[in-house]
Design a protein around this ligand. Structure first.
Ligand SMILES: [Zn+2]
Ligand SMILES: [Zn+2]
Length: 123
């Protein structure tokens, strides 16, 4: 009969300072390779959902401002394009074209041409 092995678990002590000055830090999130403002996760989420990055970030004073994120702008336009092909009525399409600046409308329409009727990229 062998002795039962006592349960062991890893308990990191973040207050420990290593002699050479190394300190425990939370791992930095991966930066988005396409912009200078967001984490990769934030831009990927925005692109997947078709909404601007700033939609997911608290806009209270003193918090991150990512309203100028180029990925978020592209994500939002992709979201418009998906809506355009999947759900928008002709009236909603007309209203969208009236309310947004022509450059944006042109970009969204160019995206529309790349999507199938389910709003997915054409193969
Ligand atoms: Zn980005
Ligand atoms: Zn972003």
């Amino acid at each position: 009969m062998t002795e039962p092995v006592p349960e062991t678990r890893w308990e990191p002590d973040y207050t420990l300072q290593a002699p050479e000055g190394h300190t425990w830090m939370r791992q930095a999130p991966e930066d988005c390779p396409r912009c200078g403002c967001c984490t990769k996760t934030l831009c990927d989420t925005a692109t997947e959902r078709g909404l601007a990055c700033s939609w997911y970030v608290d806009k209270e004073p003193g918090t991150a401002d990512v309203s100028d994120c180029p990925c978020g702008r592209a994500a939002e336009e992709l979201g418009f394009a998906r809506y355009y092909v999947t759900k928008a009525t002709p009236e909603q399409r007309a209203r969208f074209e009236q309310r947004h600046d022509p450059d944006k409308v042109a970009r969204v329409k160019a995206l529309v041409d790349t999507l199938d009727e389910h709003g997915r990229p054409r193969a």
